[in-house]
Design a protein around this ligand. Structure first.
Ligand code: C2E
Ligand code: CA
Ligand code: CA
Length: 820
């Protein structure tokens, strides 16, 4: 297709077509024209190409201009359609123009044809341009979420653009929505302000109109819009027309406020936050980061990630970190960092990789929590759980760890190792008499001295109370061990000066050696403890090495303890009775009940071996009850057999004496056995009475009120406080057998005993001598006014049957010789 205009001519006469062509040519129009004379041909031509102009005759045999116009409009409504015709009525012409024809020419006036075409083409171009512009405008408003309102204040009409309607949530046929309705749609919290602003603007108080408010759409959705207004006024100033643009900024405001929140969080977080680019170069840090590391934001901007590197981690640590980051997009862990001042600090670090909306890695965000305090308190806690809080020495559990560790080394290097246990002598007394604060100070000083004397690699620890222990690895043998222990002891035994008081200390020391005395840490510690107990038994201030015999004794004790519990139930206890004799008449006036344990494997076990154990385990209470009942019942039997008068003496240990319901028990036992109270004597040692003097006095008084006798046992071994004895309700004083045994050995013995006897007599007490073994002793005692005696000279403690025979025989066998 050539250049020039394409003109479609609707004409049935070829001659008329030629006339037209000539006129076009004459008018200087460069064009191509084609003639069609019926609708099908016209349609085909339109389908074939675009025609710039249509020229149509009015009357055609096949069809007319009106029909041609309709066909033209289905294709190209706004291109020029010009009717060229002979005479037609004015009405017909007007009708055609109304239908959309652009011009009308008479065939006689063909000179006007070309100017008419040119004019219509020009008008078409303008129309076309305007339409395009309008379309573009609408489209761009849609893209920008920008709508507008054209409000004619005089006519009271409103026209909203499509986009405005969309923003308002309205349909396309609500273009003329009233402004009043718009005001109602403003969020109620914003409405007053906006109405005021519009009012002010319309009245000319404000020069520009700029609003931002929330809008509640009919569907309930809330949008945020921004409006700019421009008002045209009459010359006299009255408002004429308001153009208002409506911009939906909801999304932008949402992003802004989210950003604001994020910024606030970033600024105020207690964790240090750093943001880097995709290569790890720092872009921004928050104030907490600055507080934590000492680096200001401007100092770190653009710095690489190893700015904080403490050099405490091997390169592999960071390689692994990057690998995890790249593969999983995040890394969490604890890390040692370095502050600006060079100090290393532990931190928890979480790094997250941030990707852009296109999916490319854009940033890393690191969140740092300073763990210095946590790690410190973790360590303090660890220290606490492994150290004794008073002396700061390792405690029992750390002692065991260290011992186990030293033992492993000793085994590997085939060295000796010693475990030494120290128990301070009489520490309980020191604590009781000088006070706990003083005792604590002493323990601290002991610990300090121990720490200062041991070698590096040795461990000094406090296992509890006044029980200290040393682990001494790398020893040659016994002589070297003795030398080291002596050195430590030498320092410990130097005088202590605490609160202006000078004090000397001794200790019981036990030693066990690896591998001789055990290869297991528990066994070694235990054996050193046994050796220590042995040292203590001998009176303290002693060093003992472990021997297997100690282990056997300990084993025996352990076996006993296990057995003791069942012994009472199995009926393995029995009583022996040792007679008490009147020194003047020589007659048996009573007996002491002494318990025995008839162990099925071991045989008879003396009370000294199990009473302390029973006392420790509490078993003494039921055992003591059994003794009391048996003794009372047995004595009642002998009284019934008329072998009396007799008074039976029953021993009460400390724990028994302090037992709550003792008085009730005694009372009940007397009642059930039917033994008269005066036939019972309870023996209580001095130390038991002195434990809690007031309490003891009360108990003793209650017991006395029952009518029985109270004897002070083992007199002379304890406090021997006469002032107290006077205040207790006593009937009998038993001089301890050690005094009687010493009579010959100790030159002062006789004087002491005679003094005690005369004192007892003065207080109207019956004085009994225990452990009388010889005639000489007997002689001495009777000469010095002692009233009763008990001892092997007369009889050993006897089983029930023998004792009963003795009672029966007594007059016959000893009668003559014992009469004084
Ligand atoms: P104790 O109360 O001083 O009892 C006297 C101890 O001296 C008895 O030892 C007795 O056998 C022993 N003895 C008697 N005459 C002589 C003598 O001439 N020479 C020597 N060397 N010893 C003599 P036993 O029976 O071994 O009792 C030891 C301790 O056991 C008693 O000392 C007492 O404290 C305690 N005990 C015994 N039976 C009981 C009991 O039923 N309950 C409580 N709580 N303690 C008891
Ligand atoms: Ca006794
Ligand atoms: Ca005694």
């Amino acid at each position: 297709m050539g250049k020039g205009l394409h003109i479609l001519v609707v004409e049935n006469l070829e001659s008329d077509f030629q006339l037209l062509l000539r006129a076009l040519k004459k008018g200087g129009l460069d064009c191509h024209a084609r003639r069609v004379e019926h609708p099908a041909a016209m349609q085909a031509a339109l389908e074939e190409q675009v025609w710039d102009v249509a020229l149509a005759d009015y009357h055609l045999p096949e069809f007319g201009a009106e029909e041609a116009l309709a066909i033209w409009q289905t294709r190209e409504s706004s291109r020029p359609f010009i009717v060229v015709s002979g005479a037609i009525s004015d009405e017909a012409a007007v009708q055609l123009m109304k239908a959309g024809a652009h011009d009308f020419l008479r065939k006689e006036h063909l000179v006007r044809l070309v100017p008419a075409i040119q004019r219509e083409l020009e008008k078409f171009r303008e129309r076309h341009l305007r339409k395009r512009t309008e379309e573009a405008l609408i489209k761009s408003q849609e893209i920008a979420h920008l709508g507008s309102l054209d409000w004619d204040l005089e006519a009271g009409t409103h026209i909203w653009t499509c986009e405005a309607l969309r923003i308002l949530g309205l349909g396309p046929n609500e273009r003329e929505w009233p402004f009043q309705a718009y005001l109602v749609a403003i969020h109620h919290e914003d409405r007053k302000r906006i109405e005021g602003q519009i009012e002010d603007y319309l009245h000319g108080c404000e020069s520009s109109l700029e609003l931002e408010h929330r809008l509640v759409r009919t569907d309930g959705e809330v949008r945020t819009v921004r409006c700019l207004g421009e008002l045209t006024r009459h010359d006299n100033g009255t408002p004429r027309r308001l153009l208002l643009t409506l911009h939906d900024v909801t999304h932008r405001r949402q992003i802004e406020s989210a950003l604001q929140v994020a910024t606030k969080a970033f600024e105020n977080a207690t964790e240090g936050v750093l943001v880097t680019d995709g290569d790890g170069y720092i872009q921004s840090v928050n104030p907490a980061f600055t507080a934590m590391t000492g680096y200001e934001a401007w100092e770190v901007k653009g710095k690489g990630p190893d700015l904080l590197n403490s050099k405490r981690h091997p390169p592999e640590f960071f390689q692994e970190m990057w690998q995890t980051l790249l593969s999983q997009g995040r890394w969490d862990g604890e890390i040692w960092n370095r502050r600006k001042n060079g100090e290393a600090f532990p931190a928890r670090l979480s790094i997250i990789a941030v990707h852009s909306s296109q999916g490319a890695l854009s940033h890393y965000v690191g969140v740092l929590t300073d763990l210095t305090d946590i790690v410190r308190s973790r360590e303090a806690l660890r220290h606490q759980s492994y150290h004794d809080s008073l002396t700061e020495l390792p405690n029992r559990s750390l002692f065991h760890d260290r011992l186990a560790q030293s033992l492993r080394q000793a085994k590997r290097h085939q060295c000796r190792l010693a475990v030494v246990r120290f128990d301070l002598d009489h520490f309980k007394n020191i604590n009781d008499s000088l006070g706990h604060a003083w005792g604590d100070a002493l323990l601290q000083e002991v610990a300090k001295r121990m720490r200062s004397t041991i070698r590096q690699g040795d461990t000094a620890s406090r296992l509890g109370g006044d029980d200290f222990a040393l682990v001494l690895p790398d020893l040659e043998g016994v002589p070297e061990t003795v030398r080291v222990v002596r050195k430590v002891a030498g320092v410990l035994f130097k005088p202590y000066h605490i609160e202006e008081r000078e004090f000397f200390l001794t200790a019981s020391i036990g030693v066990a050696l690896f591998p001789d005395d055990g290869t297991d840490p528990d066994i070694l510690a235990q054996n050193a403890g046994l050796a220590m107990t042995r040292a203590k038994k001998g009176g303290g201030d002693d060093l003992q090495f472990y021997t297997p015999a100690m282990g056997e004794a300990a084993l025996r004790r352990q076996a006993l303890e296990e057995n003791l519990r069942g012994a009472l139930k199995r009926g393995e206890f029995l009583l022996h009775y040792q007679p008490k004799v009147d020194l003047v008449s020589g007659r048996i006036i009573g007996m002491e009940a002494l318990v025995r344990w008839d162990h099925p494997d071991v045989g008879l076990i003396p009370p000294d071996e199990f009473i302390p154990l029973a006392e420790e385990t509490g078993l003494i209470v039921p055992l003591g009850e059994w003794v009391l009942r048996s003794a009372c019942h047995q004595t009642r039997k002998w009284l019934d057999l008329e072998l009396g008068p007799l008074r039976v003496a029953v021993n009460l240990s400390g724990r028994q004496f302090r037992q709550q319901d003792l008085v009730a028990l005694v009372q009940e036992t007397l009642a059930t056995s039917g033994l008269p109270a005066e036939s019972l004597e309870l023996e209580i040692t001095e130390s038991t009475m002195m434990d809690d003097v007031e309490q003891a006095r009360n108990t003793l008084e209650e017991l006395s009120r029952l009518g029985l006798h109270i004897a002070l046992d083992d007199f002379g071994t304890g406090y021997s406080s006469l002032s107290h004895i006077k205040r207790f309700p006593l009937q009998t004083l038993k001089i301890d057998r050690s005094f009687i045994g010493d009579l010959k050995v100790d030159p002062d013995g006789e004087a002491i005993i005679s003094a005690v006897i005369s004192l007892g007599n003065k207080l109207t007490l019956t004085v009994v001598a225990e452990g009388v073994e010889t005639e000489d002793q007997w002689q001495f005692l009777s000469q010095n006014g002692c009233s009763e005696m008990q001892g092997f000279l007369f009889s050993r403690p006897l089983p029930v049957v023998q004792f009963e025979s003795l009672l029966r025989e007594e007059g016959i066998k000893m009668g003559g010789s014992r009469e004084v």
